[in-house]
Design a protein around this ligand. Structure first.
Ligand code: 3BY
Ligand code: FES
Ligand code: FE
Length: 405
């Protein structure tokens, strides 16, 4: 498909319905979605605690694009395209590390931590280091979380910063550590992975473990109406000085919501998973602070840990899911928490979701696939995601096709 074909498919879409087949499986959609969506949105890229000191770096991928997060000499975290200005080699392999300078493994061009080129051997006298610094990517920090945007002109960020700062600050992520990271390949288009991740219509049947603690059938998803339990939660959070929201714009949303009655944490049995709380106030149960960014992520911050989920396309029908678990930095593995127990609930859930998304892809590939209606009540956040996706895709197409075909 070319851009005109993609536009025609978007025009074909029935509001409130799943997308036309080609948008989920045409090979051209991979490059399109990377450029039009992932290349132009704010993305959750990691946590400041992963880069604790000067020279610490984290090399990640946005889809197949390598990005480098670095803490420079002034303590500022910066993001760069992880591509050498000589002939483009990746400066750092995926993962975290620490280095006083960034040295390209190919011909040893050497960069300062602020991205400027320090030295390049055997270049002519008129070669100008100043013109060959690393290409910087927009990077913002909010309450210990790193966000990046690859667009030249990113979308406004300030409302997000203000909304999130107030909600997340009490979780003290500056004093957290990543206790575990897991990656998982799902053989499904990223939009199917995300649609699945944006609803709990399937949770009761497919996630019996998650359903113990997670309010899987709250009306309109996280809205509890006049339920006593929710009113008590609101009052308790107010006493603790913890904001609950909800806040958001089209591309993000955040709310602190109560877990199921009697549940203290998101765990297999509702019991805390970590002896050391991340939140200074209260008795450990602060519900869950959920926030989500279109197109790729959600996170749940409960009293004793934080769970982070990100999905990136790596092919037309292939999506890489990254999951991270954060705990207080002083929590000692084997003493304050058991790593296997910490990750059990979400690993179980993610494996169940992998199966659902892969099954969905195969059915969507069928010649009998016809876009079907979402439940406005149970799939409200899927509708939001798909509407956002279509609007964003259209913005890009309008720009590209302006005055043309
Ligand atoms: O977006 C969320 O919060 C999640 C977690 C469980 C299922 N999914 C709807
Ligand atoms: Fe980096 Fe040559 S590609 S020094
Ligand atoms: Fe699920």
């Amino acid at each position: 498909m070319n851009l005109v074909d993609i536009k025609a498919k978007l025009d074909e879409r029935r509001p409130g319905h799943s997308l036309p087949q080609a948008l989920y499986n045409d090979p051209a959609m991979f490059d399109f979605d990377m450029t039009a969506i992932y290349g132009r949105s704010w993305l959750m890229a990691g946590f400041t605690c992963e880069l604790p000191e000067t020279g610490a770096y984290s090399a990640i991928k946005v889809g197949r694009w390598p990005i480098l997060l670095v803490r420079d000499k002034t303590g500022t975290i910066r993001a760069f395209h992880n591509s050498c200005r000589h002939r483009g080699a990746m400066l750092c392999k995926e993962g975290t590390g620490r280095s006083p300078r960034l040295v390209c493994p190919y011909h040893r061009w050497t960069y300062n931590l602020d991205g400027s080129l320090l030295s390049a051997a055997r270049m002519p006298a008129d070669f100008d280091n100043a013109e060959h610094g690393l290409r910087e990517v927009h990077c913002e920090i909010v309450a210990g979380v790193i966000y990046i945007c690859l667009a030249d002109t990113p979308l406004p960020f300030e409302a997000f910063r203000q909304g999130m700062e107030a909600l997340l600050a009490p979780h003290d992520l500056a004093n957290a550590k990543v206790a575990h990271t897991e990656t998982l390949t799902e053989y499904a288009n990223w939009k199917l992975v995300l649609e699945n991740g944006r609803e709990c219509y399937h949770c009761q049947a497919s996630h019996p473990e998650l359903s113990r603690t997670f309010p899987v059938s709250a009306s309109s998803y996280f809205e509890f109406g006049e339920a006593d339990h929710a009113a008590q939660f609101e009052a308790r959070m107010k006493d603790l000085g913890l904001a609950t929201g909800p806040v958001g714009e089209d591309w993000w949303q955040a709310i602190r919501f109560p877990l199921n009655p009697g549940m203290q944490s998101m765990s297999m049995d509702g019991q805390p998973l970590v002896a050391r709380s991340m939140v200074a106030v209260g008795d450990g149960d602060v519900g869950s602070l959920r926030w989500a960014l279109e197109p790729h992520s959600f996170a749940h911050a409960v009293g004793d840990h934080l769970f982070f989920f990100s999905a990136m396309p790596v092919g037309p029908r292939e999506t890489l899911v990254t999951a991270k678990w954060l705990v207080h930095k002083d929590a000692v593995e084997g003493v304050d928490y058991d790593r296997a127990r910490l990750v059990e609930l979400w690993n179980t859930t993610n494996m169940q979701d992998k199966e659902l998304a892969e099954n969905n892809q195969q059915g969507v590939d069928s010649p009998g696939y016809t876009p079907g209606p979402y439940s406005p009540e149970a799939e409200v956040l899927v509708v939001r995601f798909v509407d956002w996706y279509c609007a964003k895709a259209r913005d890009y197409l309008d720009e590209q096709l302006a005055g043309g075909t």
